[in-house]
Design a protein around this ligand. Structure first.
Ligand code: RP5
Length: 161
């Protein structure tokens, strides 16, 4: 497994599935797991501190509300951690975003957008990180981006479907 997709609760899966879908698109191996900073803190410590030895290259961590999972994961590993603020009911994900993005200097989390766009882009960014040492994967990402550009340019009229 090259990428770990962890999340604070099963309820995060409909959002975090978009990260998995993106990795599927590029044929990248990944593992998905519920790891909660608050409900299973020892599991988080064990998982994050052994992630490098277990072969992971990138960790995507999604959580909502008081979203400490990405930051605490980054505290236990030097692997790149991509944080996805899951949209919360009470504060629409602003709580998640601010909990994840304001890391203290010296411990980095790459924070993505709130919700599904952030999850999909976390998968894309993980692929781009892996592609720095994988030319075939870089070519797949170039193709993905070109297809996206071509689709927009081929459909310039916003009133047509
Ligand atoms: C966080 O609390 C999870 O990441 C989730 O977004 C939120 C709510 O969790 P549940 O109460 O739905 O399990 O830890």
């Amino acid at each position: 497994m090259k990428v770990a997709i962890i999340m604070g609760s099963k309820s995060d899966w409909p959002t975090m599935k978009l990260a998995a879908d993106m990795l599927d698109h590029f044929g990248i191996d990944y593992e998905t797991k519920v790891v909660s900073a608050h409900r299973t803190p020892q599991l988080l410590a064990d998982f994050a501190s052994s992630a490098h030895d277990n072969g992971f290259k990138v960790i995507i961590a999604g959580a909502g509300g008081a979203a400490h999972l990405p930051g605490m994961t980054a505290a236990f590993t030097s692997l790149p951690v991509l944080g996805v603020p899951v949209q919360s009911k009470a504060l629409k994900g602003m709580d998640s975003l601010l909990s994840i993005v304001q890391m203290p200097k010296g411990v980095a989390v790459g924070t993505l957008a709130i919700g599904e766009a952030g999850a999909a882009n976390a998968g894309l960014l993980a692929a781009q990180i892996l592609a720095t040492s994988d030319d075939a994967l870089m070519a797949k990402i170039d193709t993905f981006r070109q297809n996206q550009t071509d689709t927009v340019l081929a459909n310039p009229d916003p009133s047509e479907s």
